[in-house]
Design a protein around this ligand. Structure first.
Ligand code: SAM
Length: 242
């Protein structure tokens, strides 16, 4: 089975290899078959589609495994970007690998990596936290839990919660740099950076800045705000490496 990354906006970002694999497999398991059908139509590809989403993934595994054992080839795609990254596919990949099937990655677009590549924040270490909880209380607690860590933190957020997330970041890390990557690879691609309250002010002044899809990147703790244990561990590691 091939795990195939698809574009996150700009259709030119589909790799030549991804296009070839999608055209050659016996069937494509897709998060939303109508969505993937549009991509395939654009590519001039006609292949049978089966749905695989968070509600039927476990039930589908046996069926797909039976087809693979019978010699069929399959591709797994999600609506955008790399499957399994805040998208379905984990259960399927785990089960197929446990069953001894070959699982082949076909790499391509991924919003978090695309965003980090242009944010200008340290990328030597980062934490990807996906979507934070929808409710403010748990969201603030998760934000706070990592606030003394030195690495860049990356979150996914939808347009209807982006302001709420910035309000919570302002509560727990008012002076920290935040970079917002909006609508990556699309017509209205924008990178904004500032503190959370500065970004909220920009959205207040121009409500278009709160539209679309977002990757939110939060700078890590500067040395004087780091956890003492963290600093001690880093110093020790550095001494061992020197
Ligand atoms: N599998 C995808 C990937 O590889 O990045 C992520 C899927 S997740 C369900 C969707 C979230 O990814 C969006 O809510 C947004 O946070 C982020 N995202 C996807 N496309 C994006 C884009 N073009 N610009 C900014 N963020 C994007």
């Amino acid at each position: 089975m091939y795990v195939v990354a698809t574009p996150i906006g700009n259709l030119e970002d589909l790799s030549v290899r991804a296009g070839r694999v999608l055209a050659e497999v016996d069937a494509i398991a897709a998060e939303d078959t109508r969505h993937t059908q549009r991509l395939l139509r654009h590519l001039g590809i006609e292949r049978p589609l089966v749905s695989l989403h968070e509600h039927n993934e476990s039930a589908r595994v046996e069926q797909l495994l039976t087809r693979l054992r019978a010699g069929a080839s399959l591709a797994l795609v999600s609506d955008a970007g790399t499957p399994l990254i805040s998208d379905p596919g984990f259960v399927l990949v785990r089960e197929l690998r446990q069953a001894g099937c070959r699982v082949v990655p076909i790499p391509g677009a991924c919003a978090l990596i695309t965003a980090l590549s242009v944010a200008g924040l340290p990328t030597d270490r980062f934490t990807f936290e996906g979507f934070l909880p929808a409710k403010s209380g748990p969201r603030q607690r998760q934000l706070e839990a990592g606030i003394a860590r030195p690495e860049t933190r990356v979150f996914y957020e939808s347009p209807h919660r982006i302001r709420d997330l910035l309000v919570d970041i302002d509560q727990v890390a008012a002076s920290r740099q935040v970079v917002l990557a909006r609508e990556l690879t699309k017509t209205f691609e924008t990178l904004l950076d500032g503190t959370a309250s500065e970004l909220l002010a920009q959205m207040e002044a121009d409500s278009d800045q709160a539209r679309g899809e977002f990757v939110v990147m939060l700078a890590g703790a500067p040395a004087d705000e780091r956890d003492a244990d963290e600093v001690a561990a880093e110093t020790l590691l550095q001494a061992l490496l020197d």
